[in-house]
Write a protein that binds this ligand. Structure first.
Ligand code: GDP
Length: 443
């Protein structure tokens, strides 16, 4: 997502940076390329036109800032206008007044509605809400099963809908049940069709009138580009949606939907889906996304991801173990599982400033996800005693571990050797001798 747009913009800015002074003609050239880059990213043409005009007016009309070169100034303006285009401030869910709150999910079939409902349940539970899921798509039994399974996986109550029930009745009864169970947020997964359908719209209006949701989120598939924007407009006309969830942003969509949806519908993008896993939902922050598009990384999102998966007491205990050089293979495995929860390594790298470029240079290098999987399998094949005291792993134990995890004995040896080195380093640190950093190295 945004990769090719980032590349295009980067080369435009490189050229602009080469000019000591910017005048109308080189700004004009630069902006022509910005325009092409945005159109190529499938951004709505009217949105592109307005955007380029705004940037141009500001670039030509502004005072020269002492601390920035003219090229940097244009980047700064593009950055600011991108933030504006993406909606300005982050728009949080509006859960105010007396609980239980109702969030209604709407959208076409296959857009990722059901998955997003479950992702939101997880997100809200992490925020200390008690979520409740309602499958209200009675036309596809598979949809009810899917949400029921996801709810069970999360340990979140799911209303026992059946295909012979009326969707509006389901929602009304579910609200009563959720309240009885002391739940604070009700997430309704409504039916979707392959295309917009008058009857379905009437049904959604019926649910809206009865349940008075605080939020009506339209779920759109980023891969469908401008179609997603057109359908969002239609849903908005009928339902007066309160926000958008854009899914499959991890795919190779060009980004047009994300960049056009606020301008065209007037409704904010609130969340983005970044993968199939339930933890892969991100709050949409226009400023962070704008930085990501311009290749500046997004460290804040990375920190938040880490914080949501690591609890601070555990981190403290771990640090102590590290300091006393007591960190063993079991701790190592626990930490590896944490890292996995942050999402794919590929996705994590994109959030680090400058990493996007480095990653591109390493295009053919496989990300070490498979390797990590192997290491985890090896540790899982060890007994607890072996994990705490790897020294006891003799040749016959090594063979057993290799067999259990489907690797070679050489790979087991490599893991044990690496871990031994790591322990030596911990011991040095525990003894107050920090390993020396390379010159100028900063963390
Ligand atoms: P619904 O018909 O709108 O309820 O769509 P589903 O929730 O069943 O999702 C359709 C497909 O899209 C499923 O295979 C999901 O796993 C997948 N999906 C949903 N959200 C995302 C996402 O953010 N990224 C990716 N890669 N796949 C997603």
């Amino acid at each position: 997502m945004f990769d090719s747009l980032s590349d295009r913009l980067e080369s435009v800015f490189k050229k602009l940076r080469g000019h000591g002074r910017l005048d109308e003609s080189n700004i004009q050239d630069g902006l022509r390329e910005v325009r092409l880059a945005l159109l190529e990213a499938d951004v709505n043409f009217k949105v592109v036109k307005d955007f380029v005009e705004k940037v141009k007016a500001r670039a030509l009309g502004q005072d020269v800032l002492g601390s920035l070169t003219p090229g940097q100034q244009v980047i700064k303006i593009v950055h600011e206008e991108l933030i504006e285009l993406l909606g300005g401030e982050n728009c949080a869910l509006n859960l105010s007044g007396k609980p239980p709150y109702v969030i209604m999910m709407s959208g076409l079939q296959g857009s990722g509605k059901t998955t997003s409902a479950a992702k939101l349940a997880l997100f809200l539970r992490r925020q200390k809400y008690a979520p409740y899921l309602v499958p209200a798509d009675v036309y596809r039994p598979a949809a009810i099963d899917q949400l029921t399974k996801l709810g069970a996986e999360l340990g979140v109550p799911v209303y026992p809908s059946t295909v012979d029930m009326n969707p509006v009745d389901i929602c009304v009864d579910a609200m009563r049940d959720a309240e009885l169970k002391g739940c604070s947020v009700i997430l309704i997964d409504t039916a979707g069709r392959l295309h917009i359908d008058e009857l379905l719209m009437q049904e959604l209006v019926g649910i809206k009138e009865k349940c008075r949701p605080q939020e009506i989120l339209f779920v759109a598939d980023a891969m469908t580009g401008q179609d997603a924007v057109t359908v969002a407009e239609k849903f908005n006309e009928v339902l007066d949606i309160t926000g958008v969830v854009l899914t499959k942003m991890d795919g190779d969509a060009r980004g047009g939907a994300a960049l056009s949806i606020k301008s065209i519908t007037g409704k904010p993008l609130k969340f983005v889906g970044m993968g199939e896993r339930l933890s892969e939902l991100e709050v949409f922050h226009p400023d962070r996304i704008a930085s990501r598009i311009l290749g500046m990384g997004d460290v804040l999102t990375l920190i938040e991801k880490a914080q949501s998966t690591i609890d601070s007491k555990e981190a403290e205990a771990l640090e102590k173990k590290f300091r006393k050089a007591e960190f063993d293979l079991e701790d190592f495995r626990t930490q590896m599982r944490r890292i996995k929860k942050l999402g794919s390594l590929e996705g994590i790298m994109k959030l680090i400033p400058g990493m996007g470029q480095i990653r591109k240079q390493l295009q053919d290098v496989q990300m070490p996800e498979k390797e990590l999987g192997k290491v985890e399998a090896m540790i899982s094949s060890m007994t607890m005693a072996e994990r705490h005291e790897p020294k006891i792993i003799n040749p016959s134990r090594k063979q057993r571990i290799a067999k259990g995890s489907g690797v070679t004995v050489t790979e087991v040896n490599q893991l044990l050797k690496n871990f031994e080195q790591m322990q030596k380093m911990m011991k040095k640190m525990a003894g107050g001798k920090m390993p020396s950093m390379p010159q100028g190295g900063r963390m």
